[in-house]
Design a protein around this ligand. Structure first.
Ligand code: FAD
Ligand code: NAD
Length: 486
């Protein structure tokens, strides 16, 4: 029998992904009561079908590849990768798709959990349809935060249902290695997934309508990854797309490309971007249109809704589809919610604790490809599009002693963008083995707006890959003597 209950909290969070958890945590830490509504697993996409499983699938195979490049380890590298052990590791890193651990974390943090589908039902009101057919009416004294994330956005291919394509969910949770995998897309999901399943033994074909991988990355970095993908046997098909695909009686996928060629695969991954989970969220009850990204100001308050009670945080606002950046937004939004509830004055200046400035100036991202790409701030193309005058400094990372210690055949490149008027770094991209760990230094340089003449005093240890910072500064100093300034 169905029944209805009603409860009131200071803050209601819809969606218990990494971002929703952090908004609720900040609210409780600020002395407010908070309830979180979750329709699937507490922990969200990142824990079960995205960051955690994808990185668990990548790391063993990439290390296995790297062994052959380290002197004395050739024999270890010739032993085959234990694929079953890698898949079991992936399962463990995804909590075996059981959220008990994360539910316990919520309990310890003092956050109430209601399982079910949450929908807005007017200002400060949310209804939850629970799995056992009950309806829970929630009312918020201060704020509702929508943290419902994204789902895979699929291209309009005819017969999608019978085709049974992989989305990122199947690509990260598949129990077996497909013999032949076709991947549509050139973004991060396509590149990381193609790389991971190749290390596990799949024959991979990647189909991209672009002329190159990773359209948002510096071209030199994307080209390094494309070269290495080809070297490892991945078939890259650029400038084309899928015009038709069917699953035949033998269970194979027959694919026709727009350039007229055909191929057959055991699975087809559609890695064609993300769509916000807002279509069934009751947005119309607060005057918004369902289905779109929830646009916000830099305090994460949804624009177009009166009263400063509705927030959109994380992937669903479309600002930066990354776990760490969503959690940063959650810390800012949580602080805004608490301070508004306490009647405190908000500090609206850039870089204050109430403003998500880093979203606009310094979003760090690592593409866990072979080799890795780590970037933060502007790329050269973005600077150009924004009309920003920047000096571009490049350095081959393989010339640094620490890189040669890391592996004697080290190949990689670093680029920093400098604002010549202010004398600060505004963008950085590194490509090469293990460059992910360089990223935080670049992020600090940009967010701290560290003047170059102070950066000179930040001495990198010898022999580490971070010595590339010193080489970049030396290159800039030497070139600046002749560089004409615009
Ligand atoms: C394959 C892949 C790999 C990735 N790897 C990385 C990586 O290495 N590093 C990185 O930083 N980012 C990575 N990302 C991006 C990262 O997964 C997202 O940025 C992150 O999950 C966003 O967190 P979120 O909390 O905003 O949304 P989500 O994690 O999507 O969580 C949203 C939650 O809301 C719930 N929900 C939705 N609608 C409702 C409703 N109406 N009622 C109740 N609950 C609802 C969902 O069930 C879900 O649990 C990856 C993404 C993909 C697809
Ligand atoms: N390591 C990481 O940080 C990491 C890993 C995975 C995903 N992510 C995040 O997830 C987000 C989504 O990644 P993604 O790779 O799914 O999306 P994306 O938007 O980066 O790339 C989508 C790709 O699909 C192609 N595409 C879109 N529609 C198409 C169509 N109809 N036909 C053919 N091709 C089409 C695009 O041209 C593009 O190449 C990214 O913004 C990224 O920030 C991060």
């Amino acid at each position: 029998m169905s029944s209805t209950t009603s409860q009131t909290f200071d803050v209601i969070v819809i969606g218990a992904g990494p971002v929703g958890e952090n908004v609720a945590d900040r609210a409780v830490a600020g002395g407010l009561s908070a309830v979180i509504v979750e329709s699937e697993l507490v922990g969200g996409e990142c824990s079960y079908w995205a960051c955690e499983p994808s990185k668990a699938l990548l790391r063993p195979g990439l290390l296995h590849r790297e062994l052959g490049a380290v002197p004395g380890l050739a024999k270890a590298a010739s032993a085959p990768l234990d694929v079953d052990a890698v898949l079991a590791h992936r399962d463990r890193m995804s909590g075996n798709w059981d959220d008990a651990g994360q539910v316990e974390w919520l309990r310890q943090a003092g956050i109430e959990l209601v399982r079910g589908v949450g929908r807005l039902a007017g200002p400060r009101a949310v209804t939850v349809a629970t799995p056992d057919g009950q309806t829970v009416h929630l009312t918020a004294r201060h704020a509702v935060a929508v943290c419902t994330g994204t789902r895979a956005s699929l291209p309009p291919l005819p017969g999608l249902e019978e085709l049974r394509p992989w989305t990122s969910r199947e690509a990260t949770s598949a129990p077996r290695v497909p013999r032949r995998l076709a991947v549509l897309g050139a973004g991060v999901v396509a590149v990381e997934t193609a790389t991971a399943w190749r290390t596990l033994g799949s024959r991979v074909t990647l189909i991209a309508r672009e002329a190159m991988l990773l359209p948002r990355a510096e071209p030199f970095a994307a080209e390094s990854v494309a070269d290495r993908m080809r070297e490892t046997g991945i078939d890259l098909r650029f400038g084309t797309t899928i015009s038709a695909a069917v699953r035949n009686a033998a269970g194979e996928v027959e694919i026709e490309l727009s350039d007229g060629t055909r191929l057959v695969a055991d699975e087809l991954l559609l890695a064609t971007g993300r769509a916000p989970r807002t279509e069934d969220l009751g947005l119309e009850s607060v005057g918004l249109t369902p289905g779109g990204w929830l646009r916000t100001d830099d305090l994460f308050t949804v624009t177009g809704v009166e009263g400063e009670w509705l927030y959109a945080v994380g992937d669903v606002n479309g600002r930066a589809l990354l776990t760490h950046q969503g959690k940063y937004q959650a810390r800012v939004a949580g602080t805004v919610i608490v301070d508004r509830a306490r009647g405190r004055r908000l500090d609206l200046r850039k870089w204050s604790r109430h403003v998500g400035t880093a979203d606009l100036e310094a979003v760090p991202q690592v593409v866990f490809s072979d080799p890795e790409i780590a970037s933060v701030g502007l790329t050269t193309a973005e600077a150009e599009r924004a009309g920003r005058v920047v000096d571009v400094v490049d350095y081959e990372i393989g010339r640094v002693a620490g890189a040669l210690q890391y592996r004697p055949d080290y190949r990689g490149r670093a680029r920093i963008l400098i604002d010549p008027r202010r004398g600060t770094v505004v963008g950085a991209t590194f490509v090469g083995p293990n460059v992910a760990e360089l990223l935080y230094s670049a992020t600090v340089a940009i967010t701290g707006e560290v003047p170059l003449d102070r950066l000179w005093h930040a001495v990198p240890a010898f022999p580490t890959i971070s010595e590339v910072w010193l080489r970049l500064l030396e290159t800039y100093r030497d070139a600046s003597l002749e560089l004409p300034r615009s």
